[in-house]
Design a protein around this ligand. Structure first.
Ligand code: ADP
Ligand code: MG
Length: 226
């Protein structure tokens, strides 16, 4: 489904080149549950941005459902992103003036779906994440764990093939973090959506079927021979 081959990313700051990714290979198949661990600054978010079509690699090939993404223009990229990829961020990234229902519905609104359909589907997914009784609450009326549930609903509402979660439990206390992780694991199992989770927590990583580590700009998978 997602396939990176020898992906490299170099940032240039004035005269200085920083080689963040130095040849990453990764295949994400339908229904996978994968963790990515690595120290701060090791390139996890850079990798996630490339996977999510939010940033481009310096070299190497990224194929999404068989398509080489370097052949797509910006309009195609955003359409592809909207249809196939859901995002969850550490800081939730909800819109403060919208209700839980309106936030969760955003990907469908961008698709141009009719209002009644949008509402029905957004409500359905909020019920699945345990937020069915908070539809009309705004983010500032929700706890951190509740905000992340709404963000997860938004990531899933369009039935993407893959959800990319960049430290989704990083801003939560440990009990709430466990609940959010259990939710992601359950949605992976029940909805069949592939989930890629960046995390610092070994306890989170252990719940994933595939565990990977970023080191020296490359991605090592548990079970790979070094
Ligand atoms: P992580 O998510 O693992 O903490 P990041 O992917 O955010 O790491 O960053 C990896 C490295 O790339 C860091 O040294 C960071 O400073 C650098 N970096 C990230 N984004 C940019 C950018 N847009 N311009 C220049 N350097 C960047
Ligand atoms: Mg990061």
């Amino acid at each position: 489904m997602l396939e990176l081959s020898d992906v490299r990313k170099t940032f240039r700051r004035g005269p200085v080149e920083v080689k963040v990714l130095r040849g990453v290979d990764l295949r994400v198949e339908a229904g996978d549950l994968i963790s990515i661990m690595g120290p701060s600054g090791s390139g996890k978010s850079t990798l996630m941005n490339i996977l999510g079509l939010l940033g481009r690699q310096t070299s190497g090939i990224y194929r999404l459902n068989g398509r080489d993404v370097s052949t797509m223009d910006d309009r195609e990229l955003s359409a592809f992103r909207n249809r196939h990829i859901g995002f969850v961020f550490q800081s939730f990234n909800l819109l403060g003036h919208l209700t839980a229902l309106e936030n969760a519905a955003l990907p469908l609104v961008y698709r141009g779906l009719g209002r009644r359909d949008v509402r029905r589907r957004a409500q359905g997914i909020l019920e699945k994440v345990g937020m069915g009784d908070r539809l009309d609450h705004r983010p500032d009326q929700l706890s951190g764990g509740q905000k992340q549930r709404v963000a997860i609903a938004r990531a899933l509402v369009g039935e993407p093939g893959v959800v990319l979660a960049d430290e989704p439990t990083g801003a939560l206390d440990s009990d709430t973090a466990d609940e959010v992780m259990r939710l992601l694991v359950r949605l992976n199992r029940d909805e069949g959506v592939a989930v890629v989770i960046i995390t610092h927590a070994p306890s989170v990583s252990r719940q994933c079927c595939r565990q990977t580590l970023i080191r020296d700009g490359a991605l090592l998978e548990d079970g790979d021979t070094a």
